[in-house]
Structures are given as C-alpha cells and as structure tokens.
Design a protein around this ligand. Structure first.
Ligand code: NAD
Length: 345
C-alpha cells in the first residue's frame, strides 16, 4: 500500500440539533463578530441562527447567488466594510459557502459554514466565480472553512427536487474522485462510503423528506463526498457541469444530476477497475446502470428540461476539448456529443 495526503485544520460538528452549538463553537475559535452570508431563500430559516448568534452577529448579507457572480462578491465586500466582522459565517448550500470563500480570499477573514445542502463545498478549498460568460475555479487552502456544522434537521426543508439534484452532485464528487490521478486507499475510503450512503438514502429522502435516518445518512454521505472532492482533481463530468452553468446558465446541482450517470457510462470502458470498486461498494453488478436507474427514480430532469438545447452541443464540445483535465478516457468532441445527447432528453 502506498499513499500520501494532506489534511487541513477543520473542526466538523455533525448531528441532529447541532445548530444550537454554534455560539459555543465560535467561542472556541475566539470569533466574536461574525458576518452572516445567505441566499435570499434562507431568510426565514436564518431566524434561528440570528437568535443563537445574539450579540455575536456583526452584520449580514443575504444576496448570495449561484455560481458566485463577481458583482455579488463586490456587493458583499462593500457591505462587509460597514460591519468590521472578525469572521464570515455561511449558512446554506454551495452558493452561500462559495460567496464566503470568495470573501475569505479577499479579506483573509476565517470562514465558518453551516451546510444545508449536499454540495460538499464546505469541506473543500476549491472556490469559483463567474463573470456571466465563464465560470473559473481556483484552489486555495486559506479559503476553506475552519469550522463546519452539519445539522440534518436543517435539511428537512430541502424540496425533493433540490435534495435529489444536490445528492447527485455529491455522487459526482465520489465517482470522479475514484478515477482521479490522486486517488489512494484513503480517498477511496471517503468516496466509496459516500457513494454507498448517498445511493441508499436519496430515494428515501425524496419520498419522505422528514425521515431522520435517511436525512442524516445523506448529509453524512455528502460530507464524505466533499472530503473526497477536496483531496482529488475532478474530470470530465465536473468540467461539463461548469460549462453548463457558466456558459449556458443551468443550475449547478441539476446539471451535475443530469450528467453524472452518462459521463460514468461513457468513461466505464476505460476505467474497469473503478467500475468494479463502485459496483462492489454498492453491492450491484453494474454501478453505471445503478446511477442511470437512480436518476430515473429520483425524477432528475434532463438537460433539455433545464434549458439546454441541441445547438449548444457543438459549443460545449469545443469548450471542453480546448480544456486540459484528468479523465480516464481520452476526451474528444464525439464523446462529449454522445454524453450530451444522452443527457439532454
Ligand atoms: P444553493 O446553495 O444555490 O442552494 C440551492 C437552493 O436551495 C437555494 O435557493 C437555497 O436558498 C436553497 N436551500 C439551501 N439549503 C436549503 C435547505 N436546507 N432547505 C430549503 N432550501 C435550501 O445550491 P448548491 O447546489 O448547494 O450549491 C451550488 C453552488 O455551489 C454552485 O455555485 C457550485 O459551483 C458550488 N459548489 C462548489 C463546490 C466546491 O467545492 N467549491 C462544490 C459543490 C458546489
């Protein structure tokens, strides 16, 4: 056995009801004046957070948006200037956490995350922004959250559609971590366990959003997926999802959800050992088939229903083939076309 990996300083607090610990956890880190960051969709649910923060709340910005548009970063930074916080607290999914990372990069303030979707962003040093045309991603350990709180009870309000898409986004992290150049026994440990938990729990989550055990398992799976993502480089599926978001304006998690079964199927012939490991972890004959079936069962919308049209296929193929990234199968325009043709309907 041979492996090497790095870990960062991050404290993770996981469990139903763990939100109530937020003030005490901030106190441990010596953080006294936090700037709360949310999407507009979290306005009602943030009330509990405001109460728990009490005098620790320096100010808030509720305009976080998908793909972290540069104008939102500028706007939030201006708001931050009025409050002089000593830290940033993102409450929400990848959009709020992404804004937190962009601000952490610019201000050097420490970031804390209360994660309420399955994006996994809270566990990574990867961050990105978008200028309306393209989405760029960067990696910098300084922006990664120092404290992450997971409270499955906060996810009960996630709709079946957002739960399903966000869960498939986490599955995409697990799949691509399994064939990443940095894969090791350690990254596989996180990726395969995450995959197993997500595949088992998501159908229950979608059918019964208040199932405590399934919600807990799905969030744990997403945490493991985020760890796997952080330790590896992503391949074709993530690049395609970023093109769908950055160039065609599709929702991030839904684009992943539509793409991951088909990219897995396309890569399968060049990654037989990966497919074997994933199939063994899931206890099935063909992990790729399982993801296609799961996607149907979860009611995942195809790219066409998200606003992507066939005219976009050659544009996406050109953008993707001009990029360099690791992937088990050599990526060409015909391959991208095949994947998008499957994922569009
Ligand atoms: P999101 O954060 O935009 O959340 C989706 C929607 O659900 C929003 O309207 C939000 O207000 C709402 N919401 C969030 N939590 C909720 C809850 N518990 N109950 C009810 N509603 C809730 O979407 P996302 O998919 O979590 O994140 C997408 C963004 O994250 C993209 O910009 C993507 O690029 C980024 N991302 C980054 C990484 C990384 O490692 N850097 C990983 C995954 C995603």
């Amino acid at each position: 056995m041979n492996f090497s990996y790095e870990t960062r300083d991050v404290r993770v607090v996981f469990g139903a009801g763990s939100l109530v610990r937020i003030a005490e956890e901030l106190e441990h880190l010596g953080l006294k004046r936090v700037m709360l960051l949310t999407t507009p969709g979290r306005m009602e649910d943030r009330e509990d957070v405001l109460t728990l923060l009490g005098a620790r709340l320096a100010g808030e910005y509720n305009g976080a948006r998908l793909h972290v548009p540069l104008e939102v970063v500028a706007d939030a930074k201006a708001a931050l200037g009025h409050f002089s916080p000593d830290s940033l607290l993102a409450f929400g999914g990848g959009s709020a956490i992404g804004l937190g990372k962009a601000l952490a990069y610019e201000t050097k303030l420490p970031l804390v995350a209360i994660a309420t979707t399955y994006s996994g962003s809270e566990m990574t040093a990867v961050w990105g922004n978008s200028d309306g045309k393209m989405k760029r991603t960067f990696r910098n350990p300084e922006v990664a959250p120092r404290l992450v709180v997971y409270d499955p009870e906060l996810t009960y309000g996630l709709s079946p559609a957002v739960s399903a898409a966000s869960g498939m986004n986490a599955i995409a992290h697990c799949v691509e971590a399994e064939y990443a150049p940095e894969r090791s026994q350690v990254t596989s440990f996180f990726a395969l366990e995450g995959l197993k938990r997500l595949v088992a729990s998501l159908p229950v989550v979608v059918e019964s959003g208040n199932d405590a055990s399934a919600r807990s398992d799905a969030l744990f799976g997403a945490h493991l997926a985020g760890r796997a993502l952080d330790m590896t480089s992503m391949g074709l599926e993530h690049k395609l999802a970023h093109v769908m978001g950055g160039r065609f304006g599709l929702n991030h998690a839904e684009a992943h959800a539509a793409l991951v079964p088909w990219v897995t199927a396309w890569n399968a012939e060049s990654a037989p050992e990966v497919m074997q490991r994933m199939s063994a972890a899931l206890g099935v004959a063909d992990a790729s088939r399982t993801l296609i079936d799961l996607s149907k069962r979860l009611g995942i919308r195809p790219l066409g229903a998200l606003g992507f049209t066939a005219e976009g296929i050659p544009v996406a193929a050109e953008l993707i083939t001009a990029m360099s990234f690791p992937n088990p199968r050599r990526v060409d325009a015909a391959g991208v076309r095949w994947i998008l043709e499957q994922a569009i309907t």
